[in-house]
Write a protein that binds this ligand. Structure first.
Ligand SMILES: Nc1ncnc2c1ncn2[C@@H]1O[C@H](COP(=O)(O)OP(=O)(O)OP(=O)(O)O)[C@@H](O)[C@H]1O
Ligand SMILES: [Mg+2]
Length: 384
């Protein structure tokens, strides 16, 4: 389950430079397309990333995330379009002359070098005093919790430990822009969370701008100042995590980020800040408290998150935004329970409820007849 935590509202986010019109982007991607023969892996992408952002690129496999990063780093060049970093047009500038470091999805460590020598390697080419190199390497190795393994060679490490060496190697150079392609994929849940916090701390301390690729939506929700959702070579939505979750721009985004119930229907009436949808899925009408641009009778979907739906045995007061059904499945998840409800229309929906009390006399169970309902402010109309 994707959640918006305090950490997604970190100090960089609180500035929200991307909301201010006069802000100058640090990275400007302008109408960039990348073709491999006839196949366009990235299609006319435009994106601005601001200094000190921790921007997550999120999307399914093959959606073009790595290709976009590789163009930023200079390992691929755009078929058309422009990339500008810190005010400088990057066309023709080789990777090593860009103010960038990249951790690849499939990274390679030097097999004959120890952990600390691998991390130090990147610094050797910069003119930095030996003591300073030693200090920075030791600091960063501690940060990724490999201090006790600093003398080991890569073949003596686990997959997750090797990934942390690669991460340390990318961080130690303190580039202005750090591109991380699935940096935490091989870490277990606890270490992954700790490393996420470390990344956020580093970003604040060192003022590095991060662009991180992940296909873990929860990670993107926790980590990022903003998220760009990619589908099929296109960025379909760029927004802050809570906006992507609460106001997905289309069905793909709604379904990709977290669980969602989708009610199909058509526009019954359309006012300025409210829409009524007639839906066979609920055998009734749904009211949504925001405006949309649509034509009369247009087919649309209404997306409602499982935690926004209430279950009751008694009929809700409003004749809209409700449906009747029977509980078809229950999963107890500790902090919350997931109910599946088979509606009278034969559409099955998902409802999550926090488990607040330990003993409930009238606990809902399989086959119970129930009503489900939700507020007009808790759902969103999707027109595409
Ligand atoms: N050098 C290449 N030649 C031809 N096609 C390529 C090349 N590199 C990538 N592609 C294709 O471009 C598309 C996008 O690939 P990309 O690696 O950017 O996806 P991705 O979003 O990073 O996916 P994943 O999450 O699986 O890493 C894919 O269909 C891939 O097969
Ligand atoms: Mg990739």
């Amino acid at each position: 389950m994707a959640v918006v935590t305090e950490s997604s509202v970190n100090s960089a986010a609180s500035n929200k430079v991307w909301r201010q019109e006069e802000s100058t982007p640090f990275v400007e991607i302008k109408q960039v397309t990348k073709k491999f023969d006839d196949f366009a892996a990235v299609k006319n992408v435009s994106l601005d990333v601001y200094k000190n952002e921790l921007f997550c690129l999120l999307g399914g496999s093959g959606s073009g995330k790595s290709t976009l990063l590789r163009m930023l780093a200079g390992f691929e060049s755009p078929t058309s379009g422009e990339i500008i970093i810190d005010g400088v047009d990057m066309s023709g500038i080789p990777p090593w002359e860009r103010p960038i470091n990249m951790m690849f999805q499939s990274y390679a460590l030097f097999p004959h070098l120890s952990v600390e020598a691998n991390v130090a390697f990147g610094l050797k080419r910069q003119r930095i005093a030996n003591v300073e190199v030693k200090r920075r390497v030791a600091d960063i190795i501690d940060m990724v919790q490999l201090g006790h393994l600093a003398k080991r060679k890569p073949h003596m490490l686990s997959g997750g430990q090797r990934q942390r060496v690669a991460l340390a190697r990318a961080l130690v150079k303190r580039p202005k822009l750090l591109l991380l392609d699935e940096p935490l994929g091989a870490l277990d849940k606890k270490l992954r969370e700790e490393t996420q916090f470390e990344l956020m701390r580093l970003q604040e301390e060192l003022g590095i701008t991060f662009i991180v690729v992940t296909h873990d939506q929860e990670e993107a929700m926790t980590l990022s100042t903003r998220i760009g959702v990619m589908d099929n070579g296109v960025i379909v939505q760029t927004a802050e995590p809570h906006q992507v979750y609460e106001f997905p721009s289309n069905r793909y985004v709604a379904e990709f980020i977290g669980n969602v119930n989708m009610f199909e229907g058509h526009v019954f009436s359309d006012e300025r800040d409210c829409v009524i949808i007639q839906s066979d899925d609920v055998l009734g009408q749904i009211q949504v408290n925001h405006g949309i641009s649509c034509v009369p009778n247009q087919k649309v979907a209404v997306a409602v998150r499982p935690e926004k739906i209430r279950i009751s045995r008694t009929m809700p007061d409003s004749d809209k935004n409700r449906a009747q059904g029977k509980i078809s499945d229950i999963a107890y998840m500790g902090g919350q329970s997931i109910f599946k409800v088979m509606l009278d229309s034969e559409k099955e929906i998902r409802v999550t409820q926090p488990n607040v009390a330990r003993f409930i006399e009238d606990r809902l169970t399989w086959e119970d007849q129930v009503y489900v309902s939700w507020d007009p402010d808790s759902c969103v109309v999707l027109t595409s």
